[in-house]
Design a protein around this ligand. Structure first.
Ligand SMILES: Nc1ncnc2c1ncn2[C@@H]1O[C@H](COP(=O)(O)OP(=O)(O)OP(=O)(O)O)[C@@H](O)[C@H]1O
Ligand SMILES: [Mg+2]
Length: 244
């Protein structure tokens, strides 16, 4: 499979904290990759570095063959990297439709869509994530579950080739988790490549074909989910604390 994202030797520091240390990672087109690790291990930082929010001190990131290491978040988004935020970032006073439209238009800059095409595209995405009845509701009046779906809709609206999801399942009950798992699978079937950060190992085992484990900013393991759960280093660094 074609490599979509190639991360080479990335280091990111915050003052004295080394949030990412010499991280290498490749993601192939069409994969669903899980990113796991203890709190503070650098997972969100990795998404922030890929999406251009932070610039790394060392290393290189190639997306679709382009070197995006020093590009702005706007340019990286337009090249086809979409993301959600661990803490929802929707505009609170705008409605669901307006929030999704903002993402849609942003991702389409330079491309000519008639306003009717925009409306149709936006409504399709809202329906896709199951928010149809809420199009005219301001984001601030949504439940936590609905806000997560809006975050996802906003990321999808930019039409990414690579979608980075930061803990989108948190706060959901079992039925809602199952719905969200099917939604992520459908998104991938639609042609997107996905990397997701998730603490719930049932979700990771269910959804991911490959798992990458961070520990104090270093990649300590990588492999199929069933391999990962058997690796002693992973159990010691992360899984042990969850299951004992
Ligand atoms: N903007 C920042 N300024 C200073 N330190 C930061 C900043 N962002 C992250 N860090 C630090 O970098 C380290 C990695 O944080 P990060 O948020 O990437 O962890 P995480 O794996 O996403 O954790 P969690 O599972 O709790 O979300 C932590 O020590 C954190 O305090
Ligand atoms: Mg995080």
């Amino acid at each position: 499979m074609k490599t979509l994202l190639k991360i080479e030797n990335i280091t990111k520091r915050f003052g004295g904290i080394v949030a990412l240390k010499n991280v290498d990672l490749e993601i192939s087109q069409g994969e669903i990759v899980g990113l796991i690790g203890p709190n503070g291990s650098g997972k969100t930082t990795l998404i922030n570095v890929i999406s251009g929010v932070y610039k790394p001190e060392a290393g290189r990131i190639l997306f679709n063959g382009h070197d995006i290491t020093r590009k702005s978040p706007e340019d990286i988004c337009r090249l086809g990297v979409g993301r959600t935020f661990q803490i929802a970032q929707s505009f609170p006073s705008l409605t669901v439709r307006e929030n999704v439209k903002a993402g849609y238009i942003f991702g389409k800059v330079g491309k000519k869509d008639s306003s009717r095409e925009v409306e149709r595209g936006v409504d399709e995405i809202i329906e896709y994530v199951g928010l149809s009845g809420k199009s005219d509701t301001p984001a601030k009046d949504l439940t936590v579950v609905e806000l997560k779906r809006l975050e996802l809709a906003r990321a999808l609206a930019t039409r990414p080739a690579l979608l980075l999801l930061d803990e989108i399942f948190t706060g959901l009950n079992v039925a809602q988790i199952n719905e969200a798992i099917s939604l992520v699978r459908r998104i991938r079937e639609g042609g997107m490549t996905i990397m997701l950060i998730e603490h719930n190992m049932r979700i990771v085992m269910n959804l991911c074909e490959r798992v990458v484990v961070l520990h104090f900013g270093e990649k300590i393991a990588e492999g199929r989910p069933e391999e990962i759960t058997r690796m002693e280093a992973v159990v010691r660094a992360y899984l042990g604390e969850k299951y004992t």
